[in-house]
Design a binder for this molecule. Structure first.
Ligand code: ADP
Length: 633
C-alpha cells in the first residue's frame, strides 16, 4: 500500500473501512462535534491506565516520571488544539495498525448496513464507536506525535493526515513518552480556541476521567482572558465509581458510561454498589441503550473493565459476567485481587467467581426492577437484548427461574410479533381448568401464528406462546416448567387438553378414532416410512392434516434449524394427524383410484404448513395438477 517514500517518510493508504468511517463521520456527526474531545481524552486516559498497569511489572517504563496526566492546550494564531498524554504511547507498527485500520471484528458487515441516510447512519455509527477518527469532525489536518514508553532510543513517530484517503508516517526524535495529538481546525471552528469553551466541554464530557486533565490557568484582565504560566486541573479527577452514589449526578453517570462503554448514546439503566463481606469490591454496571453492532459475533468483546484498588487491570474481563450478559458495560474494582492478576489467573480464581455471581445477581435485579417499575424501558431493553438474555435460561442454571421471569413473548392473544407477555402474566390469565403453558415454535413469526396446530386453541380461546426466534428452541428445551406449570409444545405428542375438554368432546373423539381406523391404517400403509403413525386429531378445525412430533422426539422446527446450521439432527419420523371433520378427509374415505396421491398430498401440505421443505416438490406439483384435473371431470 506504499505510494511514495522518502528517506524516512512514507505515505500509506487507509483501510477502506477507515475511509468510509471518516467520510461518514465528518458528514453525519457535525451537530455533535464536541464529542471529539471526549473521544481523544478517553483514549488518552486509557493510554495512562495501560502504562500504569504495565509499570506494575516494570517500573522502568516510567522513565523517572511517574506522573500520568492529560493536557489540553490551544494556539490561537496557528489555529490548533492539542491533546497530549503521558501514557503508554505507540511505536511505529502500533500507529499504523491503530490509526490506519479498524481492528474490530465485524467492521465490514457493519459498513454494509449503512444506508446513506445521514440520521440513521449517525445512530449506527454511535453503536460502532467513533474514537480517534472523530478528530476529523473539527479538524482538516491531524498530527500525532507519539513515543512508546520503554523504547530504548528517543525514537518517536509522527503521523499526519488530512482525513482523505491516506496518511503519512515518519520516525522523529522525541524525548518524552506518550502521545500528542494536534488538530488543525477547520474553518468555522475558532470558538474552540478559547479556554472557557474547552473547560466547559471537558467538564461536560470528561469530568469523570481519573487522571487530571490540565490546562493553563487563565485570568480575566482588561476585558479579556490572559493565560498564566501555571497549570490547573479542570476535571474532578477521581474514580467516579469510588464516590458515594449521592455525590454523583445522573449526567455524570451517563458521561462515564460513554467512556467505559465506548458508546455515543445514553445508557438505559445502571446499578452502582459497593459490596462488602468476604469479597470486597465496587461495581458500576450499565445496560446500554442499544445493541452493539457485533452482539452476535462470537468473538465480540465483553465490556467490563477490571480495576484493583483503582488501578486499571484489563478491558473486556469476560470472566466477570456470563456470556448471556455480554451486553453489560462498566467497571468492577476489587479490593482483594492481587495487582498482578492475569487473564489466566482470573479463569481459575474463586474470588472472581464470587464477583461474577455478584454482578450477575445485580444485573438480574436491575432488570427485574425495570420490568416491574418501568415497563417502557424494559420493553426497550427486551427489544435490544432479549435474544441474548434468553440464552441464559440454558446457560445459568442457578438463575434459571429469575431469567425465566424476565422473558417476554409474543402470544396468540395480541397476535402481533411484539414480545411483551411474561410467563407470569400468561399464567394469571390461563383459562379455568388449564394446567399447562402452551407454545408453538416455527422459523418465522407468521409461520408460528398461522400454524395449523393452533386451530383448536384459537377455537377454545386458549392463549399460546408464539416462538419464532432461533434461540427459542433452546429456551424451551431448557425450561420444562415455570412456577409449577409445564411448558408444552402444541405440535408434540398427543394433545391432552385435560379438563379444558368436557366429557362429551372426549367421547366424540374416541368414537371418531374408531370410525376412522380403516382410513388411518390405509394412509399409514400408503405413506409407509414417511410417518411413524397416522391418527385422528381434534387439534384441527380448518386444516385437513398436520404433523406432530412424538412426545420424546425432536420437533420438526428444531430439526430443520439444526440442519440449516450444518449440524446433525436425528431423522425421526413425524406423526400425521388428520382432521375427521374436514371434507377432504371425508372425501378420502371413499377414494380408491388415486388414494396414494391423495395421501402424499395430505402429508406434503402438512409439512409445508409447518414451514418444512418437501423432499420432492416437483412430485407434489404434479400430483396437485392431476387432482385438479380429476376434480374437473
Ligand atoms: P478505540 O479506542 O475504540 O480502540 P480508537 O480509534 O479511538 O478506537 O483508537 C484506536 C487505538 O489507537 C486505541 O485502541 C489505542 O490502542 C490507540 N490509541 C489511540 N489514542 C491513543 C493514545 N492517546 N495513546 C496511545 N494509544 C492510543
Amino acid at each position: 500500500m506504499t505510494e511514495s517514500t522518502t528517506a524516512s517518510r512514507e505515505t500509506l493508504g487507509f483501510q477502506t473501512e477507515v475511509k468510509q468511517l471518516l467520510h461518514l463521520m465528518i458528514h453525519s456527526l457535525y451537530s455533535n462535534r464536541e464529542i471529539f474531545l471526549r473521544e481523544l481524552i478517553s483514549n488518552a486516559s486509557d493510554a495512562c491506565d495501560k502504562l500504569r498497569f504495565e509499570a506494575l511489572h516494570n517500573d522502568a517504563l516510567y522513565e523517572s516520571n511517574s506522573d500520568l496526566n492529560i493536557r489540553v492546550s490551544f494556539d490561537k494564531e496557528a489555529r490548533t488544539l492539542t491533546i497530549s498524554d503521558s501514557g503508554i504511547g505507540m511505536n511505529r507498527d502500533e500507529v499504523i495498525a491503530n490509526l490506519g485500520t479498524i481492528a474490530k471484528s465485524g467492521t465490514r458487515e457493519f459498513f454494509t448496513q449503512l444506508s446513506g441516510d445521514q440520521q440513521k447512519d449517525a445512530h449506527l455509527i454511535g453503536q460502532f464507536g467513533v474514537g480517534f477518527y472523530s478528530a476529523f469532525i473539527v479538524a482538516d489536518k491531524v498530527t500525532v506525535l507519539t513515543r512508546r514508553a520503554s523504547e530504548k532510543t528517543d525514537q518517536g513517530v509522527r503521523w499526519e493526515s488530512d482525513g482523505g484517503g491516506e496518511f503519512s508516517i515518519e520516525m522523529v526524535d522525541r524525548a518524552t513518552r506518550g502521545t500528542e495529538i494536534t488538530l488543525h481546525l477547520r474553518e468555522g471552528q475558532d470558538d474552540l480556541l478559547a479556554g472557557y469553551k474547552l473547560r466547559e466541554i471537558i467538564k461536560k464530557y470528561s469530568n469523570h476521567i481519573v487522571q487530571p486533565i490540565l490546562m493553563l490557568k487563565e485570568e480575566w484582565k482588561d476585558g479579556k482572558y490572559e493565560t498564566l504560566a501555571e497549570d490547573e486541573t479542570v476535571n474532578q479527577a477521581s474514580a467516579l465509581w469510588a464516590r458515594g452514589k449521592n455525590e454523583i449526578t445522573e449526567e455524570q453517570y451517563k458521561e462515564f458510561y460513554k467512556h467505559v462503554g465506548h458508546d455515543f448514546d445514553d445508557p438505559l439503566a445502571w446499578t452502582h454498589a459497593r459490596v462488602e463481606g468476604k469479597q470486597e469490591y465496587t461495581q458500576l454496571l450499565y445496560i446500554p441503550g442499544h445493541a452493539p453492532f457485533d452482539l452476535y459475533d462470537r468473538n465480540t468483546r465483553h465490556g467490563i473493565k477490571l480495576y484493583v484498588r483503582r488501578v486499571f487491570i484489563m478491558d473486556d474481563a469476560e470472566q466477570l459476567t456470563p456470556q448471556y450478559m455480554r451486553f453489560v458495560r462498566g467497571v468492577v474494582d476489587s479490593a482483594d485481587l492481587p495487582l498482578n492478576v492475569s487473564r489466566e489467573i482470573l479463569q481459575e480464581s474463586k474470588d472472581i467467581e464470587a464477583i461474577r455471581k455478584g454482578c450477575t445477581g445485580k444485573v438480574l435485579g436491575l432488570l427485574s426492577d425495570l420490568a416491574g417499575n418501568d415497563k417502557e424501558k424494559y420493553a426497550k431493553f427486551w427489544g435490544e437484548f432479549g435474544q441474548v438474555l434468553k440464552e441464559g435460561v440454558g446457560e445459568d442454571f442457578a438463575n434459571k427461574d429469575k431469567i425465566a421471569a424476565l422473558l417476554r413473548f409474543a402470544t396468540t392473544k395480541a397476535d402481533t410479533a411484539e414480545q411483551s407477555v411474561s410467563l407470569k402474566e400468561y399464567i394469571e390469565r390461563m383459562k379455568d381448568g388449564q394446567e399447562k403453558i402452551y407454545y408453538v415454535t416455527a422459523d418465522s413469526f407468521n409461520a408460528a401464528r398461522n400454524s395449523p396446530h393452533l386451530e383448536v386453541f384459537r377455537k377454545k380461546g386458549i392463549e399460546v406462546l408464539l416462538l419464532s426466534d432461533r434461540v427459542d428452541e433452546w429456551v424451551v428445551s431448557n425450561l420444562p416448567e415455570f412456577e409449577g406449570k409445564q411448558l408444552v409444545s402444541v405440535a408434540k405428542g398427543g394433545l391432552d387438553l385435560g379438563s379444558l375438554e368436557d366429557a362429551a368432546e372426549k367421547q366424540e373423539q374416541e368414537k371418531q378414532a374408531g370410525e376412522f381406523k380403516g382410513l388411518t391404517d390405509k394412509i399409514k400403509t400408503s405413506l409407509a416410512d414417511k410417518v411413524k403413525e397416522v391418527r385422528v386429531t381434534h387439534r384441527l378445525t380448518d386444516s385437513p392434516a398436520c404433523l406432530v412430533a412424538d412426545e420424546h422426539d425432536m420437533s420438526g422446527n428444531l430439526a430443520r434449524l439444526l440442519k440449516a446450521s450444518g449440524q446433525k439432527a436425528p431423522n425421526s419420523q413425524p406423526i400425521l394427524e388428520i382432521n375427521p371433520g374436514h371434507p377432504v378427509v371425508l372425501r378420502l374415505q371413499n377414494e380408491d383410484a388415486h388414494f396414494d396421491d391423495w395421501a402424499a398430498v395430505l402429508f406434503d401440505q402438512a409439512l409445508l404448513a409447518e414451514g418444512g421443505q418437501l423432499d420432492d416438490p416437483a412430485g407434489f406439483v404434479k400430483r396437485i395438477n392431476q387432482l385438479m384435473l380429476e376434480m374437473g371431470k
